[in-house]
Design a protein around this ligand. Structure first.
Ligand SMILES: *[C@@H]1O[C@H](CO)[C@@H](O)[C@H](O)[C@H]1NC(C)=O
Ligand SMILES: *[C@@H]1O[C@H](CO)[C@@H](O)[C@H](O)[C@H]1NC(C)=O
Length: 497
């Protein structure tokens, strides 16, 4: 497609696989040692996996839990009456822990849970293929910790929630498959689980729904380049969320790099490249931080249907909450859920399906551009542009997805305007010449009788009719007001009395 996105995607995939085919100088060096993420620097002599527990939201050092040393549980303040949430980081290009970890620790600490981390940085700071091999070993060590907790202090694995980012998602999967069926882990959340060397592999070689009682995943960077994508595309959980389709994320565009460089200096390069991958983490953090503004995902077969607004149903468990407070029922098979998000936190938007039925009395298709203003009980959103793909030929009902950043309350009035573009002016002249009745009046031949609206977040369905039923014709530059049909029919009854 020649989109400017291809350059960063290519770069990330190169970094991921560190392939010589990508040319020299694309290894770890350009993303220098100075990448200011680390609070905790790992002493290089200490290899292997460490389990850390955090006392409060400002604790950045953590307290080390040692398997077979029960006294460390007390030292680290492990509370056996609370669940255990363990964060598992991913592959590392610089041997440093990333800053999102502390943000996630901070927000998790606002809940009544033990918060820990699986620190495997020395095993993750390797060539990608070696780090991949290490995920299995680290997963087994996590399983050993959990089995020991059950044995020593009767802490059940069902009270454990593993949150794994990128390669860490597969570490969680291997931890789960290393437990036997009687000791299943309660929940695993995969945050943009890594794709290279996992996509298409068998369920036992990656995170899969049978690794825990409940498994959810958020896919945010699955855009493919040369057959590879940073995040895994296939569903691998009970609920797989694909925000904005899962391929790429708003606000992460490479063109924004210049703004990022102005803000963060050259570290912006790494930040920009990781942006869409790491968005999965920030969506999850947002679900804890703005718990009154949770995002809902809706089951759909693909983004195409979702973009037409066809999937905003919550019937029979077809929608679920993204993030920490997800509804934990487990469907028989994986469900793919889609949603739109904003470019920054709070990420939540309000999804609406608009179904617009046109009656075109002209033979010729017309290609008008419209805008809609929506007035709700709380707020008004003005002039949302509507593009209807191909022209309107004969009678057609269009379905579209409209998302709003703010909560307008209950929708009460729609103002539908036919924008008078220069392009239209030409068409209009042609139509007038061709159509004899076009000469006499402003008769456009285009009628809009009904607009059906479905609000995804409230599941409310509404039908809107023209306020003035004596003039149903749409005219260029004119705005038509639509109100709820029930309101209209009541008014009619009153009039006839
Ligand atoms: C352990 O957790 C329980 C349940 O949340 C709480 O009531 C109790 O106060 C906690 N104990 C300590 C020592 O914090
Ligand atoms: C379009 O709908 C109108 C009104 O319902 C009807 O009279 C007309 O025959 C329809 N035209 C086509 C091409 O279906």
């Amino acid at each position: 497609m020649g989109s400017p996105l291809h350059a960063p995607v290519f770069l990330v995939v190169c970094i991921f696989i560190q392939s010589s085919a990508c040319g020299q100088g694309l290894g770890t060096e350009p993303f220098g040692k100075s990448y200011g993420a680390a609070e905790v620097r790992k002493p290089s002599q200490e290899m292997g996996t460490r389990f850390l527990l955090f006392k409060d939201e400002n604790d950045r050092r953590g307290c080390q839990l040692r398997v077979q040393s029960p006294e460390t549980l007390q030292e680290c303040g492990f509370n056996t009456s609370q669940p255990l949430v363990m964060i598992i980081h991913g592959w590392s290009v610089d041997g440093l822990l990333e800053t999102w970890i502390w943000k996630l620790v901070g927000v998790l600490k606002s809940r009544p849970v033990n918060v820990g981390m699986v620190e495997w940085i020395s095993l993750a700071y390797q060539h990608y293929a070696i780090a991949v091999r290490n995920t299995r070993v680290v997963g087994q060590e996590v399983a050993a910790l959990l089995l020991w907790l059950e044995e020593s202090v009767k802490f059940p694995p069902s009270e454990v929630h593993l949150i794994g980012y990128s390669l860490g998602a597969h570490v969680s999967g291997f931890a789960g498959s290393s437990m036997d069926g009687k000791h299943k882990i309660g929940r695993i959340t995969g945050l943009d689980p890594a794709g290279p060397m996992f996509e298409g592999s068998s369920p036992s070689d990656r995170l899969s729904p049978d690794d825990a009682i409940f498994v959810d995943a958020i896919h945010t960077f699955t855009r493919e380049h040369m057959g590879l994508s940073v995040g895994i595309k296939q569903p691998i959980a009970h609920y797989d969320f694909y925000p904005n389709g899962g391929t790429f994320q708003p606000g992460c565009h490479f063109l924004e790099l210049y703004r990022h460089i102005a803000e963060h200096g050259l570290n912006a390069i790494t930040q920009t490249i990781k942006c869409a991958h790491e968005r999965s983490v920030h969506l999850f953090i947002d679900s804890l931080r703005h718990s009154s503004l949770q995002s809902t995902g809706f089951q759909c077969s693909d983004m195409d249907s979702f973009s037409q607004g066809l999937c905003l149903s919550c019937k029979k468990g077809r929608c679920n909450t993204l993030g920490y407070d997800i509804r934990k029922d487990w469907p028989g098979k994986s469900k793919k859920l889609f949603l739109i998000t904003r470019a920054q936190a709070p990420f939540r938007v309000y999804h609406y399906q608009f179904k617009i039925q046109f009656i075109n009395q002209i033979e010729k298709p017309v290609e008008p551009t419209f805008s809609m203003s929506l007035l709700g009980t709380k707020e008004e959103v003005k002039k949302i542009p509507i593009t209807l793909g191909e022209g309107i030929a004969s009678n057609k009902t269009y379905s579209l997805l409209i998302t709003l950043d703010k909560d307008i309350g209950e929708l009460i009035i729609i103002k539908f305007k036919w924008e008078n573009s220069a392009v239209w002016a030409n068409v209009w002249n042609t139509v007038q010449v061709i159509m004899p009745w076009g000469m006499t009046s402003h008769y456009s031949g285009l009628i809009l009788k009904t607009i059906w609206v479905k609000a995804g977040e409230t599941q409310q369905r509404m039908t809107f009719c023209p306020e003035n039923i004596d003039d149903l014709q749409l005219h260029p530059t004119q705005e038509k007001v639509f109100v709820k049909c029930e309101v209209n029919s009541k008014r009619l009854k009153q009039r006839s009395r």
